[in-house]
Design a protein around this ligand. Structure first.
Ligand SMILES: Cc1cc2nc3c(=O)[nH]c(=O)nc-3n(C[C@H](O)[C@H](O)[C@H](O)COP(=O)(O)OP(=O)(O)OC[C@H]3O[C@@H](n4cnc5c(N)ncnc54)[C@H](O)[C@@H]3O)c2cc1C
Length: 386
């Protein structure tokens, strides 16, 4: 590193994606700093469900990347930083009525075509899981997926030695000149060889014209108690429809019930096209709870102790945006993970770190990673902020 630089790489945004990139860079011996306007996991990463799920991904690029990320997340949990953050667990998908049953057929076909860790271990009637209530015609159990609360993953990544953490420190702007990037904070400027913008839904503040749409999601948390026979998540097939078919009419309410290691249930999540994490939609939450308690009656004995919301950064073409920012040498943008950022973070962290170190991407994933490049949007619409 040149003496003129404070850091080799500065990452703006300490969500799960920025933190994963920081960990991989530090491990490669790169002098890395991560800054955040508020603190670690302050936005979507701290307000998400945390399913590391291949089942819920669109077939094609997203399903292949999710499958590769899931395999790598298992590796990082077995012998890396995610040991205390990631837990493997079964995923139960349930359906009722023609549209949900068809979505389950599509899921089974998708998993058949995808080599990876996730496989169907049971597929049949509601008697496959004791404790189920009514409103379930078919139940499919998958093995290989897992759960990782975003805040735990961020904490785990940033605990590694060699990462300089700076907050609260909003990034106000940057300039690229003379072979380095000058990063402007409120009380100082920093010089780095490279800047990574991992700002989630706030990315357009620094990159005007970026096609990010805020999509809020509300979650419900119950009190603690025994979670009985529910060893893994219980997901309505309507949720797969909501995630994989933009604008599709939903047959029934998409709901996910996740039993947490604390003995609480996490029930979610809504998908509302606005960016206000403080807006509570009681009518939708009531409908979520009603469907959840119908299929899992043990919930009727629980109290709701909290609801909270986060905002996902959705992209107009439903793919994340990852790669060098056109027209701004030394600046990389990594955003737009909508409801998939916890799942994709390990792989994206590894691959962005490789990119910044001048290494080629994993050959098997090169085409899929190239599909995420920001060059797919008009250069006239995306510009680096000065
Ligand atoms: C309700 C809900 C449920 C979800 N469920 C799942 C799930 O089950 N599985 C899954 O994989 N994903 C899920 N997600 C999506 C996942 O949470 C996100 O995709 C992921 O957290 C995005 O991470 P990120 O690092 O890109 O962005 P964020 O976590 O949003 O981080 C961006 C960071 O940038 C900081 N920042 C913003 N502006 C500035 C600035 N000017 N200067 C410095 N810092 C700044 C913010 O403070 C923030 O910490 C869910 C999301 C929501 C809201």
């Amino acid at each position: 590193m040149s003496d003129r630089l404070d850091h080799d790489v500065i990452i703006a945004g300490a969500g799960v994606v920025g933190a994963a990139i920081a960990w991989h860079l530090a491990r490669a011996g790169v002098r890395v700093a991560i800054i955040d306007a508020t603190g670690p996991a302050a936005a979507a990463s701290g307000a998400s469900d945390g399913a590391v799920s291949v089942a819920s991904k669109k077939p094609g690029v997203m399903a292949r990347l999710a499958s590769a990320s899931l395999i790598y997340t298992h590796d990082l949990a077995a012998q890396g930083p995610l040991q205390a953050a990631f837990a493997a667990r079964p995923a139960h998908i349930f359906g009722s009525g023609a549209a949900e049953l068809a979505a389950m057929d599509t899921l089974a076909a998708k998993l058949n075509h995808l080599s990876g860790r996730v496989r169907v271990v049971a597929d049949g009637g509601p008697d496959l899981l004791s404790g189920l209530g009514t409103g379930v015609d078919r139940l499919m159990t998958l093995e290989g997926e897992g759960h990782m609360p975003g805040h735990k993953a961020v904490r785990a990544y940033l605990a590694a030695p060699g990462i300089t953490c700076i907050w609260p420190a909003p990034l106000l702007g940057y300039e690229v000149a003379d072979g380095f990037v000058t990063v402007r904070l409120a009380d100082r400027t920093l010089r780095a060889g490279q800047l990574v913008l991992a700002l989630g839904v706030s990315s357009p503040d620094l990159i005007p014209g970026l096609p990010i749409v805020p999509r809020a999601g509300q979650l419900i948390v119950t009190d603690r108690g025994p979670v009985g026979a529910l060893s893994g998540s219980l997901t309505a097939a309507a949720y797969l429809v909501a995630k994989t078919q933009d604008g599709a009419a939903l047959p029934l309410l998409p709901v996910v019930i996740d039993p947490l290691t604390s003995g609480q249930y996490l029930i979610g999540s809504t998908r509302e096209d606005h960016g206000d994490p403080t807006r509570v939609d009681f009518a939708t939450l009531r409908r979520l709870l009603t469907r959840a308690a119908t299929v899992w009656p043990a919930l009727r004995d629980r109290r709701v102790i909290r609801t909270f919301a986060g905002v996902r950064a959705a992209v107009s073409d439903s793919l994340p945006i990852v790669g060098p920012l056109p027209g701004a040498d030394r600046v990389t943008i990594v955003t737009g993970f909508e409801g998939d950022g916890i799942c994709l973070s390990a792989l994206i962290g590894r691959e962005v770190a490789r990119m910044l170190c001048g290494l080629s991407p994993d050959a098997a994933l090169a085409a899929d990673l190239a599909a995420l490049s920001p060059v797919r949007f008009s250069k006239n619409r995306i510009e680096g902020a000065a």
